[in-house]
Design a protein around this ligand. Sequence first.
Ligand SMILES: Nc1ncnc2c1ncn2[C@@H]1O[C@H](COP(=O)(O)OP(=O)(O)OP(=O)(O)O)[C@@H](O)[C@H]1O
Length: 305
Amino acid sequence: MAEPELQPFWERHDDPVTVAVSDVHVRYRVASTDRSRKATSRPARIANRLLGREPVEIVRALAGISLVARAGESVGLVGLNGSGKSTLLRIIAGLETPMRGEVLASSTPVLLGVNAALLPELSGAQNVHLGCLAMGMSPAEARAALPEIVALADIGRAIHLPMKTYSSGMGARLRFAIAVAADPHILLIDEALATGDAAFRERSEQKMDELRSHAGTVFLVSHAAKTVEEECTRALWLHKGRLVLDGPAFEVAQKYRWWAWNLAKGETDKAAGLLEDAFRSGHDTQVHFPDPLPVKGPPRHARRT
Ligand SMILES: Nc1ncnc2c1ncn2[C@@H]1O[C@H](COP(=O)(O)OP(=O)(O)OP(=O)(O)O)[C@@H](O)[C@H]1O
């Protein structure tokens, strides 16, 4: 009897897939000033010394991440500093190529980062225009979008002043307002909301809900697990480049907070146990892309070279 054909993962659900990440690995080679590193082999250390080269360290930023995100989801990313959250957003955005693995995205994701490329010498309004053009709007569309962006950012007269004079909160508000103006289907937000005040957070939350209701997907990196708990439907907990848990935002954020609290209080054994339990309880998501992809699947976005 013929094997039943497995239904591809993007057709197994009512809500369409917007982002699929399959076994993504990212490593960086970084010059180090530590000449005593045991990780460097002896011949390499001798060669480095003879050639006057700085030792190189390999940083493993992501180690086998797989996930599938769907329209209507807002996915929060939590984890300690250096756990790989921003790297994962850059990979999903297609700004970096993974060493291994690949990403499919149904449309071009818009990454809103703390360092989004706006020009500090230009005024907020001029940056709005440039930002809109960079997201693919025509000059007329960019002009038409200005009032709504200015209203959402709500930074008053400062909109006419150079961006280099802005506080970090004012810059974050403007970047957020620019990014959502294009009504992207996939919006990636890296901590931009953290510096906003309560009123701005309320408005940005509304905007994210609006975006999700238009069949969009939002990814949100935040150090505040509470923000993820309140603003996301689903959360990913990353640790040292690995996915610890992927599930409902409330559940994941609560477990992450309890673990982080124990770690901060010096309860290292308890924290280690909680981390192990969390790893064990998270099911190991595997995402396989057929090669070549059927025409009906989402377009291939980022892949190893
Ligand atoms: N361009 C880069 N070159 C070298 N190493 C990098 C680079 N970008 C990130 N890393 C390293 O990759 C790891 C993951 O970094 P990443 O910025 O993704 O973590 P994060 O969870 O976003 O951290 P944070 O919460 O501090 O913003 C870290 O060890 C970091 O030092």
